[in-house]
Design a protein around this ligand. Sequence first.
Ligand SMILES: NC(=O)c1ccc[n+]([C@@H]2O[C@H](COP(=O)([O-])OP(=O)(O)OC[C@H]3O[C@@H](n4cnc5c(N)ncnc54)[C@H](O)[C@@H]3O)[C@@H](O)[C@H]2O)c1
Length: 353
Amino acid sequence: MTGGAGFIGSAVVRSLIDESEANVVNVDKLTYAASLLSLPQTHPRHRLETTDICDGPELRRIFSQQQPSAVIHLAAESHVDRSIDGPGEFVKTNLVGTYTLLQEALQYWQQLSTDQKRNFRFLHISTDEVFGSLPEQGLFSEVSAYAPNSPYSATKAGSDHLVRAWKETYGLPTIVTNCSNNYGPYQFPEKLIPMMILRGLENRSLPVYGDGMNIRDWLYVEDHARALIQVLTQGAIGETYNVGSRNELTNKDVVGMVCDLLDKLSPSQSGPRRALIQFVTDRPGHDRRYAIDPSKIERELNWRPRESFESGLAATVQWYLQNRLWWEAILKRGYNPDRAGIGQPPTTSAATR
Ligand SMILES: NC(=O)c1ccc[n+]([C@@H]2O[C@H](COP(=O)([O-])OP(=O)(O)OC[C@H]3O[C@@H](n4cnc5c(N)ncnc54)[C@H](O)[C@@H]3O)[C@@H](O)[C@H]2O)c1
């Protein structure tokens, strides 16, 4: 797999190690977004290869030495605000990196035996942001038209098309998933929910973009990891599956719920955290609404989320309260929590993704 030291990737690693017999080769460049503390420290079935997915010869060596039966491709630059300030890294990793990985996977796949070829899968993980913004009504489905609005979503859209083309043109057995906003333990603190938890804990202001009425559809990361393993083992070649758990909420409501959980689990002398919410200048091109229709993966693969948003958010807030060492290590290594993505001197940030 690629990107296994990131937020979703590490959830997939933990799930594969705990719930299967799979040997996991984790190809990750260890960018700012990675954390080794999210991974098993030493485990005989987990091996980290610190490699850039743009490095073809290194990928070739890993394919040849490790002989994988599948690739789960999660490595990406993933933060929309950063893509506004510096799109170049997004083009490199998300487009050139995916292209390089596809080429090496194809070369490897072509020399497998007929049986191994039939069983091989290349699973590409993408986002609902490739479909653009929704009006008040309607849902994204697997046949929604692509209309990406940010440099991040444009590079993800391009990578989805490359994956499709390597299946149609060369026969590589690929599958694509497009999921909604993930949340849960081990999420990097630049993202909305962990940022609000950490700022709320310190009774700092809670900056929310625009009027706070942008809608996102929230998916608990462990439900997502299970979905990916199910798609990998049971999904049909050449298909795409949308993954979401029907949790549409405005950013304002999400931040309000975080405040209430913090008040309950870690009460503040200064009073209710909702008073800390501040509305700040919106992100340029901020999509208004995303919402996923997950009925295909529910119907065809019988996948269901286990967490409601209430239970998942409570588990998440608890996790951040109980795992200070994990996020303090990230803050200590110099992560800059100032706001990115508005082309102005940094103030504070409040990104949903
Ligand atoms: N987080 C979400 O809500 C969300 C939603 C939809 C889709 N996705 C997609 O899921 C995937 C994983 O997202 P995430 O939130 O876990 O991201 P993340 O930013 O937490 O982790 C990305 C990982 O990829 C690695 N990486 C980055 N560039 C690399 C390169 N050139 N070579 C090798 N490794 C590299 C990083 O070191 C990091 O470990 C991404 O493809 C993202 O586009 C995420």
